[in-house]
Design a protein around this ligand. Structure first.
Ligand SMILES: NC(=O)c1ccc[n+]([C@@H]2O[C@H](COP(=O)([O-])OP(=O)(O)OC[C@H]3O[C@@H](n4cnc5c(N)ncnc54)[C@H](OP(=O)(O)O)[C@@H]3O)[C@@H](O)[C@H]2O)c1
Length: 404
């Protein structure tokens, strides 16, 4: 039998406790032994709950109990998640977390400590909730050079954009509905400004490259400027708009990574990723495309991924599984080097404006019957070329990069 402790009995922590109880027998078979919950660390008491007698408030109880070999971190944020997780690893305990902020900020150091201490630091649930994506990257795809990762990684923004696309809602109305349904927080900044997607993309990119990726270097743009009008144009050309994280390995060994709303064609596999679902497309040099799809959040789907980490830890209780990345820094290409076609919506009419727009090499002119505006689709351009060409051009109403 192995003893486990859960730090943070909120949505995910309570889900982990529930699965450990409900799937006890399945977990025992998979892990080769029982995984027993010994402590639940939280700020509150939980009278009447199944873990009532396991609740503690002092972290040092977990840290100093040699019987606790497995720890789940589900508190969120960096403080005290970071010092607590670090202390657990230093004390020779395995740790599983669902906390992408922690992994993106301190993953390199925590992975290094886990290696030194011959324990494991796992974080399957930190990206894509219940979707298996971390383990496939270091396990099933271990013989591949990962060329490209494109992910719709944030369920909240995907829900908002789906409402705008399919029901013609405004951004504000869709955000309010997401908040009403509990998908978006009262302060939705981390989601709608792309910060959440950015951290997840940094983790996936670091997994693929085997090197540390600084999420602060990833150029990140949110969805607040996308309007219902943009969706009318997208629809006219058989496309939709999704907030995506994109990272590509260049021939020079640099990785170009960005987070932005992207126009996606109907034929693209990510087009069908709707509502709160997540989808991640991984391109390997031998394998070609693989797609990972499912519930990107939610209590039981996410907790299920944490429990899988616990089982993996129990199976490798005396060894550090080779996964993750090193302290070596992955160089990122400057945003200006990224290439896209651009959807450019401008005021005026084609006959009076096209001469100004020729430098974009317009491949398509799109009208939705509005007398005062139209849009073009540019040739493939580097971001630097696009920015230089657009400089000083009047009447640009919106610009959206397009996924090739
Ligand atoms: N919810 C999801 O669908 C989902 C999906 C994927 C990943 N995640 C990640 O999983 C993590 C947890 O998310 P969640 O939704 O479960 O959050 P949550 O419901 O807010 O749960 C966090 C729990 O930790 C407790 N806590 C906070 N600070 C603590 C401290 N210093 N000591 C002990 N307990 C403390 C909180 O207590 P109080 O309530 O009393 O503050 C709360 O019970 C986050 O990193 C999140 O990003 C969540």
């Amino acid at each position: 039998m192995m003893n486990a402790a859960i730090m943070g009995y909120g949505t995910i922590g309570s889900g982990v406790a529930e699965i450990l109880e409900k799937n006890k027998e399945t977990i025992r078979k998979a892990a080769g032994q029982e995984i027993a919950l010994k402590y639940v660390l939280d700020l509150r008491e939980f009278p009447g709950s199944p873990v009532e007698d396991k609740v503690i408030h002092d972290f040092s109880v977990i840290e100093q109990d040699p019987e606790v070999e497995l720890v789940v971190e589900a508190m969120g944020g960096l403080n005290p998640a970071y010092p607590f997780v670090k202390a657990c690893l230093l004390a020779g305990k395995h740790v599983a977390t669902s906390n992408k902020a922690l992994v993106a900020a301190y993953g390199s150091e925590l992975l290094e400590i886990a290696r030194e201490k011959q324990v494991n630091f796992f974080f399957e649930a930190s990206v894509g909730g219940g979707i298996p994506i971390i383990r496939p990257l270091y396990n099933c795809l271990m013989g591949e050079e990962i060329r490209e990762i494109t992910g719709v990684l944030n369920g909240t923004t995907n829900f908002i954009l789906t409402k705008m696309d399919e029901e013609g809602w405004s951004f504000d109305a869709a955000l309010k509905e997401a908040q009403r349904l509990g998908y978006a927080e009262q302060d939705p900044t981390a989601d709608v400004e792309g910060h959440d997607t950015c951290r997840k993309l940094a983790i996936l990119t670091a997994m693929a490259a085997g090197k540390e990726v600084n999420y602060e270097e990833i150029c990140t743009e949110g969805i607040t400027r996308i309007s219902d009008r943009d969706f009318q144009y997208a629809k006219k050309i058989g496309m939709s708009v999704k907030l995506a994280g994109l990272s590509r390995l260049g021939k020079d060994g640099k990785v170009s990574a960005c987070v932005a709303p992207l126009m996606i064609d109907k034929a693209h596999p990510l087009y069908t990723v709707k509502d709160v679902y997540n989808g991640i497309l991984v391109k390997g040099n031998m394998l070609g495309d693989t797609m990972y799809y499912g519930s990107g959040a939610g209590k039981l789907p996410t907790a299920s991924a944490v429990v899988a980490d616990l089982i993996e830890m129990a199976r490798h209780k005396d060894e550090n599984v080779k996964m993750g990345w090193t302290l070596e820094k992955q160089e990122l290409a400057p945003m200006g080097a990224n290439e896209f076609r651009y959807f450019i919506r401008v005021s005026g009419q084609p006959e009076e404006r096209l001469a100004d727009l020729m430098a974009f090499g317009p491949r398509e002119i799109i009208s939705i019957g509005q007398p005062e505006e139209f849009a073009i689709v540019s040739k493939v351009m580097s971001e630097a070329d696009y920015q230089e060409t657009a400089l000083g051009l009047e009447g640009i109403l919106s610009v959206i990069r397009m996924l090739a």
